[in-house]
Design a protein. Sequence first.
Length: 251
Amino acid sequence: MNKAKVKKVFGIVLGCLLAAGYIGFVEKQNLVKTYSKVEVDLEAVSGVYFVDEAEIRSLIASSFPELKPGLLLQEIPLKALENRLLGHPFIRSVEAYVDQQGIVKLSLTQHEPIARIARPLGADGYLTKEGLLIATSPTYTSRVLILQGEYIGLLMDQGKLDDMPELMPLVRFITQDKFWNAQVTELEVNARNDIRIHQQVGKQVIEFGDALDFESKFDRLKVLYQEILPRKGWDAYQRISLKYKNQIVCE
């Protein structure tokens, strides 16, 4: 083997040894690195915080008393941290990691309420965009569509909408439509086939029936608003019903 090849082989071997040494050094350094602090990045919902940073820090302190400066990085319970924070009713997602300075970075998003469940004899709750039923927040009250009535109270007790899955598309439709979101103030849910609409303009409580075929029902109601009530007067009828297919009953 000539000198050039010897030098080349020697250079490759030396490079591998240096790389292995550096990796070993870094790993050894990481083993002795310690925790320093927590940084919380909490995403607001339309500028609102239903859970605040102080509450998150208090939850971490009470659940993980061992998480103090000096704790070795490999002993930081990142997965347990995520799972504990996900147990908070208003936290939708959590990502936790540790940087090279020993800082635990927490990135959190919140559940977004689209309706409030009002119960005279029980605790109120929220319906989220994902269709979850969660408790209200002591930090902030969201101004959203109101759901009330005996049947919605039963669903709140169950903690889920499994017995009335058709309700969620109806609520989404109302809250995502600019006109109906402004006009409809409350849904009274007495049974699966007995929903009533309370409106911003007009004293009538509109008999909506079930939550199926809701787009057709709102099309009929819009015709009433745009073509009939302006001529007859907003309080001309005491009863308005959309329960019957392709009909609108006014009395």
